[in-house]
Write a protein that binds this ligand. Structure first.
Ligand SMILES: Nc1ncnc2c1ncn2[C@@H]1O[C@H](COP(=O)(O)OP(=O)(O)O)[C@@H](O)[C@H]1O
Ligand SMILES: [Mg+2]
Length: 526
């Protein structure tokens, strides 16, 4: 133990004999103890303890007014809280007296006249115990605080996971009918005879796209919609987002301040998603600052944290700030303090889903009256190389004559996909689940399988694994969302290979036909 701790240990001496007090003081000072206090009146012990907060008490047994045993009883309550050792010094060597002192709570006993070295050793031992207790207590307190914090985090995570599952479930159910609407409208628009019918189809299509956008937001919150990554300049992205809301910011007299690091590395991220985060943060800041007096300032900062290979973004405003009691809740889906109908409470939940989906973190710092500062950290990742993929999706052209098997338990979706793909010149076959698909695959070779994920009998992931087992897996696409209730091994295996062979693609007909072209390009080139 550090001897400095011992030197500054507080020792209280209680003895009615002034000469004994002096002797003890001299002895202790001689070996380096510097923090000593004494009293010859045992009635003052409690007051001395409250004021001096000793680490050890040296206590005489025989004293007028109050004897040592009574003093020990008085100290009981104080000593219960944290181990406070009492070393009893007594001239009474009788067994009864020793037993009485120990029963009353003495930590140790030394008989007078004492041997100096023995007394000092006992003092040191008791102090050592005291400090060990103190350290243990500190560690316990820190651990308890940590447990409380973790429990809170767990509860939060559980709540979010439940909410996420619910959102993902609803989104999943909506996805199939939505892709039918979008697909049918798309087909109708290309075949409609007159302009007015085409205009109506376009309007239906736009409304359905809006719905699809909401569904995608839900999936992003639930982190079931993986980012579609590319090289993104965060500085440009922030400038873009500000530009997008420039008019609104100007009419609310909000000054924008940009402190952007000039050589910020590009991040490997989904630019659309990150822009959505920026726009949400700006919109919130603007709404908050409407209640604040001038000057209204919105500041952006970007920094490259070279050591941790992360980039940091800060978005700060001079609004009213966020009360501490709601800071932990603002990232929850549907949490809002704004009037009903004016907001959804999804902005920050979506931001968190996106940032965490990128392996980053988002947090807030705010004191009431001093504005709010949102902090985002993103890893600077380098993309994994995939071979055989064309530079852009758009460059790929259909490869007529190739065969495709569409596996989907919803006949309307399967038919729609088949129709779209047939128009590109593909030969298309359909199967209502994985088992039927396997039978068809045994009888015939296909160049591409497009499969839903959640299906009765044999799911998409199971079909994929089954094909892998037979080492006969043509390109494999699953437009559906992997459902949370799939067996973990199948899901993990699917995810592990997802980027390589079976991209989880958008469920729109256009997205799939584009993807069909893309996976066929290498064959066409060969
Ligand atoms: N910049 C900010 N200043 C003060 N409060 C904020 C700020 N940003 C978010 N909040 C608080 O967080 C809540 C949740 O925000 P959000 O998820 O975007 O939902 P919404 O904006 O629809 O309410 C807001 O209702 C508001 O109380
Ligand atoms: Mg918002």
């Amino acid at each position: 133990m550090d001897s400095e701790i011992f030197r500054s240990a507080k020792i209280l001496i209680v003895d009615d004999e002034q000469a004994m007090v002096r002797l003890l003081e001299l002895l202790l000072e001689h070996v380096g103890y510097t923090n000593l206090r004494s009293t010859t009146d045992p009635r003052e012990v409690l007051e001395c303890c409250a004021e001096f907060q000793p680490d050890l008490i040296l206590l005489d047994l025989r004293m007028p007014h109050l004897d040592g045993i009574q003093v020990l009883k008085q100290l009981e309550e104080r000593r219960a809280d944290l181990y406070l050792p009492v070393l009893v010094l007594t001239a009474d060597v009788s067994r009864e007296s020793k037993r009485a002192a120990l029963e009353a709570g003495a930590s140790d006993l030394v008989t007078k006249p004492f041997e100096q070295t023995e007394l000092l050793l006992r003092v040191r031992n008791l102090l050592e115990m005291r400090f060990l207790h103190r350290d243990l207590r500190r560690q316990n307190e820190a651990l308890e605080a940590q447990i409380q914090e973790r429990t809170h985090q767990l509860l939060e995570a559980e709540k979010l996971a439940t909410m996420g599952n619910l959102l993902a479930g609803v989104a999943h159910e909506l996805n199939s009918p939505l892709s039918v609407i979008l697909g049918q409208v798309g087909l109708f628009a290309t075949t409609a005879a007159d302009d007015s019918a085409r205009a109506r189809a376009r309007e239906i299509g736009e409304a359905a796209e809006r719905c699809a956008h909401i569904v995608r937001s839900f999936l992003t919150i639930a982190r079931r919609h993986p980012p579609e990554r590319g090289h993104v300049s965060l500085n440009l992205l922030l400038r873009d987002a500000v530009e997008l809301l420039a008019f609104e910011l100007r009419i609310d007299n909000i000054e924008v301040q940009l402190d952007l690091e000039s050589d910020l590395p590009l991040v490997w991220a989904d630019g659309h998603q990150l822009k959505q985060v920026a726009v949400n943060l700006i919109a919130n800041a603007r709404q908050a600052m409407r209640e604040a007096s001038a000057p209204r300032r919105l500041s952006f900062l970007t920094r490259h944290e070279v050591q941790s290979r992360r980039v940091r973004i800060e978005v700060a405003d001079t609004g009213p700030g966020i009360p501490p009691e709601i800071q932990a809740r603002i990232f929850e889906p549907f949490f809002t303090t704004k009037p009903e109908g004016e907001s959804t409470g999804l902005g920050l939940a979506l931001a968190r889903g996106i940032i965490e989906g990128h392996g980053g973190a988002i947090s807030v710092e705010s004191r009431p009256g001093e504005g709010a500062r949102f902090l985002i950290e993103l890893p600077v990742e380098t993309p994994r190389l995939t071979h055989g993929e064309p530079e852009t999706f758009e460059a790929a052209l259909p490869v007529p004559g190739k065969t495709i098997l569409v596996v989907d338990d919803e006949p309307a979706v399967a038919a729609l996909l088949a129709e779209g793909l047939s128009r590109d010149g593909y030969k298309v076959d359909t199967a209502a689940n994985g088992a039927i698909a396997l039978r068809k695959l045994a009888a015939q070779n296909y160049d591409l399988i497009i499969s839903d994920s959640g299906m009765p009998v044999l799911s998409g992931p199971e079909l994929y694994l089954e094909r892998l087992r037979h080492r006969r897996c043509p390109q494999f696409e699953h437009p559906g969302i992997p459902r949370a209730d799939r067996g973990p091994s199948a899901r993990e295996a699917l995810h592990a290979r997802e980027r390589q062979a079976c991209g989880a693609t958008s469920s729109t007909r256009d997205g799939l036909t584009r993807r069909a072209r893309q996976v066929h390009v290498p064959q066409a080139v060969r």
